[in-house]
Ligand binder design. Sequence first.
Ligand code: SF4
Ligand code: SF4
Length: 412
Amino acid sequence: MYDDVVKELKELEELVLKCMKCGTCHADCPLYNQDGKEQSVARGKIALIQSVYEGRLEDAGKILKHIDYCVLCGRCKQSCPSGVKTDEIFLKAKSVLRKIEKMKGWQKFVLSIAMEKPELLAKMAPLMHMGLKFGSKKIKDDVFKPIIPIAGGRNVVSVKSKTFADTYGGLNKAKGEEKMTVIFYPGCAANMIYTSWGEAIVETLNYFGVSVYVPEVNHCCGIPAATMGELDLFKKMVNKNIDYFDSLDAKYIVTCCPTCQYGLNEMGPKQTGRSPEQEMMDVVVFLEEVLHADIKLETGEKTTIHFPCHYDRSKDSLLESFVKDNLGTDYTKLKNQSCCGFGGTFSLKHYGKSSDISTSKAEEISTKGFQRVYTPCPGCAMQLTDALAKEGSEADVSHPVQLFYESVVKKS
Ligand code: SF4
Ligand code: SF4
């Protein structure tokens, strides 16, 4: 079995050899910036993989923890002058090394419920909601501190008693004349936690004459499985979602989670050879570039934006002008443009490190007195909400569509 592992790691050689060991990736790696360790950054991880298949390091099992220690933010890939596909290397290496170090039974159980039994997960939502309500201290609206500390005492955004898919699953017809039909893929976080984001997005699209399909059962995009080295399960989830998209007559898939979009539209197609037939895009990009929606508010709020790592970098300025001009805010760009440190399963396994990364960002938001932080990613929103609560900041974390929905669509 060990020989098979080495052989499979060697299959990465073509991708690995593109790394010229220049070290450019060090500057943007949120983990290297915290601990300064070579094995935390892409160059170090790649060197470890290489030394195993070249026979210079004999215990391959020992390197999994270093490959695993990664937010999968993709910043090394974005900054690499050689175009090294670091994400592909890390995901494949993890899945190969898992053959030596298997997942613990309970981890496998939790993962299989989350991925393969979404109906069961949805049925558990009221219990999770109740547990959080009675087992926690309320910090602010929708944010709780569990009495029994979860992973170092994080502040948790409430799981809702009813999932978004339970309320909006199926076809939501446009108000007035129908311009087109789209699919809205909420992802797990908007389905169970940020249900208000889903509501704001579907109602706003309906308001602008767009009919919206919402999955009746939300199947995870599979990224948590990929980050845990379970690539086959990841592929299964991607295929399941693409089957659903293909069954519907729509030109676009709209999302509110850049990581789901990355999973289903970038990494998924690379792993499965299948892409959705529809064009997939973030909802703000859709409102601006496809619908040219008439959104004009004058909030005057002192705001900033957290740009998620997996957000399409070419759309950063579009997002900025949406927040500044369309929402009429007093917007200032953050000096700290780092990753928030969430990384999905990374923050569960390494909460301390994950929290250290978000703290420096929360300090700037708090010190500069921002009233609101916009971010188009529910994972980043959870992470920033926790960090801001720890800082004692009153700043709200919102999706850019929410305010327009609350102040215009809901009242129409
Ligand atoms: S920036 Fe790219 S080529 Fe340079 S060390 Fe990092 S991964 Fe290798
Ligand atoms: S994906 Fe992010 S955390 Fe992982 S090595 Fe690259 S820059 Fe560092």
